[in-house]
Design a protein around this ligand. Structure first.
Ligand code: ZN
Length: 320
């Protein structure tokens, strides 16, 4: 009788395999290609009042650098164009569902810069310059460049999720933030700057709209205030020795969240390298394999010490 059941189960699973072999195919189902990520500045479509801020972004090189790194790292099936223009469908950056075009309103760069110009002096007056950023960089211009670098990372995340059909295990908006955090932090040249800039810009948004509404809670994006803590927590986790000292000690990342920061970063870093593994360019395979192996090692090491951290956190919470 038992044997009989086993045979039926086996046949059933074979049938299932035959009927949806696509799901069981270990080979990537997305074509590999030589698609390029290109930034296109539509000079004729940029309003005169937005030209200065577009020039700042352009001269900083952060957009081109992000685009070039994505082109170099990935075997994209299609080109991806980032169109910087005022002749775009929405007021804020957006990505088409095929993941082939990112629309970047020039006016958005100006709105963000103006908001920071108002917010930065208020922060300096009320709390002082955050140590993790430093006075030299805590300016509306620099923070706007950093924040928009991060936001381009977020839109690039959406584009890759769609163009490469990246499997999702959570909300797409969270994953796009995760990609932005991952892909900007692993750039040794800029490190956590982009995520720090985004945290300040989002804090400026939150200061303008302190009351969280039902619309905010029901959005497919986490509420702005939560996104700020997510960015900062991952930043701390990416380099605890350097950043815990400023971001946690200065109260930007609460002591109740900080013990999870390293776990969050190592999961994100390994998760994205693993999700992108079938799409890594042939010429980047060696670096990609090494980065993924290192990310896995970091994650395993963190998993080994995590139970102790959680136990200590629970002990502190229960003694309060
Ligand atoms: Zn988004």
């Amino acid at each position: 009788m038992r044997k009989h059941v086993l045979v039926i189960v086996l046949v059933a699973s074979l049938l299932q395999f035959a009927s949806c072999s696509d799901d069981h195919d270990p080979k990537p189902t997305v074509a590999r290609g030589a698609g390029r990520v290109k930034i296109v500045y539509d000079d004729a479509g940029i309003k005169p009042e937005n030209r200065d801020v577009v020039k700042q972004i352009r001269d900083s090189g952060v957009f081109d650098r992000l685009a070039d790194r994505a082109t170099k790292t990935l075997a994209l099936p299609h080109d991806l164009v980032v169109k910087v223009s005022d002749n775009v469908p929405f007021d804020d950056p957006s990505t088409d569902v095929e993941g082939r075009t990112i629309f970047w309103p020039a006016g958005w760069l100006n709105t963000a810069r103006m908001l920071l110009a108002e917010f930065v002096p208020e922060v300096i007056r009320d709390k002082g310059v955050p140590k993790a950023i430093g006075a030299q960089n805590f300016t509306p211009d620099t923070l706007n460049i950093w924040a928009n670098q991060f936001i381009l990372g977020h839109e690039l995340g959406h584009a890759l999720i769609h163009q490469l059909t990246i499997p999702m295990t959570g909300m797409e908006e969270d994953s796009a933030d995760g990609f932005a955090t991952f892909f900007t932090i692993i750039d040794k040249e800029t490190g956590p700057n982009a995520a720090l800039g985004a945290a300040v810009l989002f804090d400026a948004f939150a200061a303008k709209k302190p009351n969280v509404t039902m619309e905010d809670f029901s959005s497919d994006h986490p509420v702005v205030q939560q996104r700020i803590f997510n960015f900062l927590s991952a930043v701390v986790g990416s380099d605890p020795q350097k950043l815990e000292n400023s971001l946690v000690t200065d109260g930007y990342v609460p002591k109740t969240r900080a013990p999870l920061s390293r776990k969050e970063w190592t999961q994100l870093n390994y998760g994205w390298w693993k999700a992108l593994e079938p799409h890594i360019a042939d010429t980047y395979k060696k670096e990609g394999d090494a980065a993924r192996a290192q990310a896995r090692k970091d994650l395993d090491e963190e998993n080994a010490v995590l139970p102790g951290k959680i136990k200590e956190l629970r002990r502190q919470q229960s003694s309060q």
